[in-house]
Design a binder for this molecule. Structure first.
Ligand SMILES: [Zn+2]
Length: 456
C-alpha cells in the first residue's frame, strides 16, 4: 500500500537504500569480507598489542563534564551555548595534547587529520559530538568523541602509520538535528539557518559563534565516495546490552523515522443535552485509535516501534463533546517496507473506528527520515575486533538518530554501541561503566586497523 503513504511521506524510499549497492565502492581497496590474512604486511603483532589508555578517556570524560555542569549531576551543554564553546576549546586542547592538529571547518565541526602512507586513498573518518540536550548526561556523544581522539593518540604514540588518512571529528550541534554532519553530507537546507536552537541563538548566529562560516559551507561539503568509511562509537541509550549482559553492540543501522499529523473530525455538541447514542465524539475515537496503534505495532514480530506522543482536543471544555482532535503518529523501523505495511494497517483500522463512531480520520505526513543501514563488512570488522578482545557482541538497530546517518550518504558506515546502565539517556543519570568505555574504544581502534589493513 505504497500509495497511501505517498511520495511526499517517504521520498525515494525504493531508490535510496543506503549501505546497499553503490556505483563506486570506496572500500574496494580493502577487498571483500571473508578474504584471508588481514594486515599481512603491517605488523600484526604490534596491532594485537595496541590498546587505548582507558583511564585517560575516563579522566577526560570527567573533565568534560565540568562544562555546562548542572546541579542534577548532568550537563546542559547545548550547541552554541557558552558551555559548548568552552567545552570545544577544552577539547581542542585535548586534541593538541594527543599530538593532533585540530581545526574548525567552515561547518563548525572540529577536525584533525593524521596523514596516511598512501596519498591515493580516501580518509577513514571517526568521531561523535559533545553538545547535549538541556539537562542531558555526560556520555552521549562524549564517549565516542574522546575515544576517537584517544585512538588517534594511540596510533601516533606507537608510530603506527595507517595507509589511509584518518579524520577525527567532533560534529557540531548533533542534538539540534545532526547540523554539522548534514552540512558535510550536503543535506542541510540553508533555510534552516534562521531556526532557533535550544541555546537561544539561530543556527546562523550559533555557527558563527563557534567559528564556522555560513558563507563557505561548500568547502566542508563531501560527495558520495569521498570517504573510505565512517565509524562511530556511542552509548546504546537503551537497555538491551545491559539486560543481556553483553559488551558490544554491532549496529545494523539507524531506524527510519516517520511522523504524521492525524486529525479526527466528529461533531461538537452540548455534553448535557446530547444523548450518549448518536454522539460523534472525536476524543473517544482518538482514544480507540491510540489503543489500536499499540496493538498493530505489537502484533508483528520485530523491533518496530509506534507512538502517539501528542494530543489536543477541541474545543477542550468539560461541557462540550470534543468535535475535533489533533494527534501525532510516529513509526520507526530499519525497513521502510515494514513502516509502509504498519501504516497501511493503521489507516485501515482508523477507517473502521471512524465508521463506528461517526468520525473521520485524516493523515498528513510531516517528518520522514529514511533508515541508514550500516555496511555489512564494517559490522563484520566490529564483530571480529570485539571477539579478538574477548568481548561478547549483539547485532541491534539504533532507535536514536546519529551523525553516522549523514555519513552513510557518503560511504560505508558502522557504529559500535556500549551498554547504558538502566538504558537511561538524555538525562543526568545517564551512565556507562569505565570498563565498557575502554572496551568500546579498543574495539574502535581495532576496527580502524582492520579497515585500514584489510587486503594490504
Ligand atoms: Zn549522541
Amino acid at each position: 500500500m505504497l500509495g497511501a503513504l505517498g511520495a511526499a511521506s517517504l521520498p525515494g524510499s525504493a531508490a535510496r537504500s543506503l549501505g546497499g549497492a553503490r556505483g563506486t565502492d570506496p572500500l574496494r581497496e580493502i577487498g571483500p569480507a571473508g578474504a584471508s590474512s588481514p594486515r599481512a604486511a603491517t605488523g600484526a603483532e604490534l596491532d594485537d598489542a595496541l590498546r587505548v589508555d582507558g583511564a585517560r578517556i575516563n579522566g577526560h570524560l570527567a573533565q568534560l563534564a565540568e562544562f555546562g555542569k548542572n546541579p542534577q549531576g548532568g550537563v546542559s551543554r547545548m550547541a552554541y551555548s557558552e558551555a559548548d564553546r568552552r567545552g570545544r576549546e577544552w577539547l581542542m586542547g585535548v586534541y593538541r595534547d594527543a599530538g593532533l592538529a585540530p581545526r574548525i571547518d567552515t561547518a563548525g565541526n572540529i577536525v584533525a587529520r593524521i596523514d596516511g602512507t598512501d596519498p591515493s586513498l580516501k580518509p577513514l573518518v571517526i568521531g561523535s559530538h559533545i553538545d547535549s540536550v538541556p539537562e542531558g548526561g555526560n556520555f552521549d556523544g562524549d564517549v565516542g568523541t574522546l575515544s576517537s581522539v584517544e585512538v588517534g593518540r594511540t596510533l601516533l604514540a606507537n608510530q603506527r602509520r595507517l595507509r589511509h588518512p584518518l579524520d577525527i571529528v567532533c560534529w557540531q550541534n548533533e542534538e539540534g538535528g545532526l547540523v554539522g554532519s548534514r552540512i558535510v553530507s550536503g543535506e542541510f537546507p540553508m533555510a534552516e539557518l534562521e531556526q532557533k536552537g535550544t541555546a537561544g541563538k539561530t543556527l546562523r548566529e550559533g555557527i558563527a559563534f563557534i567559528g564556522g562560516d555560513v558563507n563557505r559551507f561548500a568547502e566542508s561539503r563531501r560527495a558520495k565516495g569521498d570517504i573510505a568509511a565512517y565509524v562511530e562509537l556511542h552509548i546504546e541509550q537503551g537497555g538491551t546490552l545491559e539486560a543481556r549482559k553483553l559488551d558490544i553492540g554491532v549496529v545494523e543501522g539507524i531506524v527510519g523515522l516517520y511522523h504524521w499529523d492525524v486529525e479526527v473530525t466528529g461533531f461538537a455538541n452540548h455534553a448535557g443535552t446530547t444523548a450518549m447514542r448518536g454522539r460523534r465524539d472525536a476524543l473517544l475515537a482518538a482514544s480507540r485509535f491510540i489503543e489500536m496503534v499499540n496493538h498493530v505495532v505489537t502484533s508483528e514480530p520485530g523491533r518496530q516501534v509506534g507512538t502517539v506522543g501528542h494530543i489536543e482536543a477541541y474545543p477542550g471544555a468539560p461541557n462540550v463533546i470534543p468535535g475535533r482532535v489533533r494527534l501525532t503518529l510516529e513509526l520507526r523501523d530499519l525497513a521502510v517496507a515494514n513502516v509502509e505495511r504498519l501504516y497501511a494497517r493503521i489507516v485501515k483500522e482508523a477507517t473502521v473506528i471512524g465508521q463506528r463512531s461517526g468520525t473521520r480520520f485524516a493523515f498528513t505526513p510531516t517528518v520522514s527520515h529514511l533508515p541508514a543501514l550500516s555496511d555489512p563488512r564494517i559490522r563484520e570488522f566490529i564483530r571480529r575486533s570485539a571477539q579478538s578482545l574477548g568481548l561478547s557482541t549483539l547485532t541491534l538497530p539504533s532507535g536514536a538518530g546519529h551523525d553516522a546517518q549523514s555519513m552513510a550518504r557518503l560511504g560505508p558506515m558502522g557504529m559500535i554501541f556500549i551498554p547504558s546502565v538502566g538504558g537511561i539517556s538524555h538525562a543526568p543519570t545517564e551512565f556507562s561503566k569505565a570498563a565498557d568505555i575502554t572496551n568500546g574504544a579498543n574495539v574502535l581502534l581495532r576496527t580502524v586497523l582492520a579497515l585500514d589493513g584489510w587486503g594490504a
